[in-house]
Ligand binder design. Structure first.
Ligand SMILES: Cc1ncc(COP(=O)(O)O)c(C=O)c1O
Length: 401
């Protein structure tokens, strides 16, 4: 969409909802008619359809991606006091959920090309910063003595992490793997280990999704889900989301209020029918950007897509050392952009107590200074993409003049 004043937004959430308005309103009418606002068939139907989409036997709908992460960590067996590894360049919910599960996050830097968890850095962390108990074979961080029990690879911007080597390292060191697939609904990874393409959300002990409105599959409010092959883990998450209930007023454990409501589930179910088409449209938009930016006159680095990856372009993120000036120049011509993310986790004020400092994770820090998300959404028109690229080329020409 280009609005009447010529503005090209980073993301257009208005058009898609206008197009689906009748279907979405009828979901709400159905919920009003049955008064089943929490749980019930709308939630169960969505869960089984999303499980099928992710190629996992189980899906548990919850209140948000953050709930999903916290429940998955607890249900997978992460204990209070454990260390859980993840990356510095993620949305803060990843580390918040680790804290909320009673554990302690520690960070491993990302790969320079993909900005997802670097398997070599993960191995180096375990080899150099941990000790292994020769009897139990479990690892603990040397400095804190905290057992390292899980790793959360974050499938950033709609692209899977390189999962084969991460699963190998995790197996070797006895770590649980919880995929943060909050930005990767439908992304695929060519696993040599498994000899086939695997869906994001199907490769770990459990995986988590966010259905925040701007995601590739977004609710009209808050929602999230856990996917897993593990029936026991799924059942534990079902209890955690519903105050530990096994049946009405019988509480097996202390849980949370983290349920997916029926209206959001019905909306997600309606939109799930379009997800494959929307992802294909995003891929086509990315192809157009790649082509328009290929001759180098725009002087930005385009997203790197390894042969093992089929991304779904939740975001299309370019890199330039002149990021802030380019963002301002695009804003001046009515082009919306975003920065995902401007401050890595270890430099956030909220992380002050962790004792991390600048220079600890140089790849993530460089990314934070250089990344710029260009307009990307299904329905973005090629002529608008050309306008975006023309504006970047003009900026580059002015800079080098
Ligand atoms: C990588 C990542 N993890 C976790 C979350 C948290 O999801 P939610 O906002 O639904 O709690 C998000 C949402 O933006 C995310 O992008």
């Amino acid at each position: 969409m280009t609005t009447t004043n010529g503005h090209i937004p980073l993301v257009d959430l208005v058009t898609v909802h206008r197009e689906l308005e009748e279907d979405l309103v009828s979901v709400f009418r159905a919920a009003l008619g049955s008064a089943r606002f929490i749980g019930g068939p709308m939630v169960e139907d969505f869960e089984s359809e999303f499980a099928e989409f992710c190629e996992t036997p189980h899906c548990v709908g919850v209140g948000s991606g953050t709930d999903a992460l916290r429940f998955a960590l607890i249900a997978a067996g992460v204990q209070p006091g454990d260390t859980v590894l993840t990356v510095p360049n993620t949305f803060i919910a990843t580390t918040e959920a680790i804290f909320q599960a009673g554990a302690r996050p520690d960070l491993v830097d990302v790969d320079e090309m993909t900005h997802t968890l670097d398997p070599d850095a993960l191995r180096a962390y375990l080899e150099t910063q941990c000790i292994r108990d020769p009897r139990t074979r479990r690892v603990a961080n040397k400095r804190t003595n905290s057992p390292v029990t899980a790793v959360i690879p974050v499938h950033l911007y709609g692209q899977s992490t390189d999962m084969d080597p991460i699963r190998d390292v995790a197996d070797e060191y006895g770590l649980l793997v919880i995929e943060d697939a909050c930005q990767a609904h439908g992304a695929e990874y060519l696993s040599k280990k498994d000899g086939r393409w695997r869906k994001a959300g199907s490769m770990g002990h459990a995986a988590v999704f966010s259905f925040y409105p701007g995601k590739n599959l977004g609710a009209c409010g808050e929602a999230g889900a856990i996917t897993t092959h593990d029936e026991r883990l799924a059942e534990h998450c079902r209890q955690l989301r519903d105050h530990g209930q096994v049946k009405k007023y019988f509480h097996a454990i202390e849980g949370y209020n983290g349920r997916l409501d029926a209206v959001q589930a019905g909306i997600l179910r309606t939109k799930l029918r379009y997800l494959a088409k929307w992802n294909a449209q995003r891929r086509e938009c990315a192809r157009v950007y790649d082509e328009l930016l290929a001759d180098g006159t725009a002087a930005v680095t385009v997203p790197h897509v390894p042969a093992w990856s089929q991304p779904v372009y939740h975001l299309y993120v370019v890199r330039t050392p002149y990021r802030d000036a380019l963002q301002q120049a695009l804003a001046d011509t009515g082009i919306g952009t975003g920065i995902h993310y401007p401050i890595p986790i270890h430099l956030q004020a909220a992380s002050a107590r962790m004792g991390w400092s600048r220079g600890d994770f140089p790849v993530a820090e460089k990314a934070a200074a250089e990344v710029l998300s260009l307009p990307m959404f299904p329905g973005l028109r090629p002529d608008d993409q050309r306008r975006v690229v023309d504006a970047i080329v003009e900026f580059a020409a002015r800079r080098s003049a």
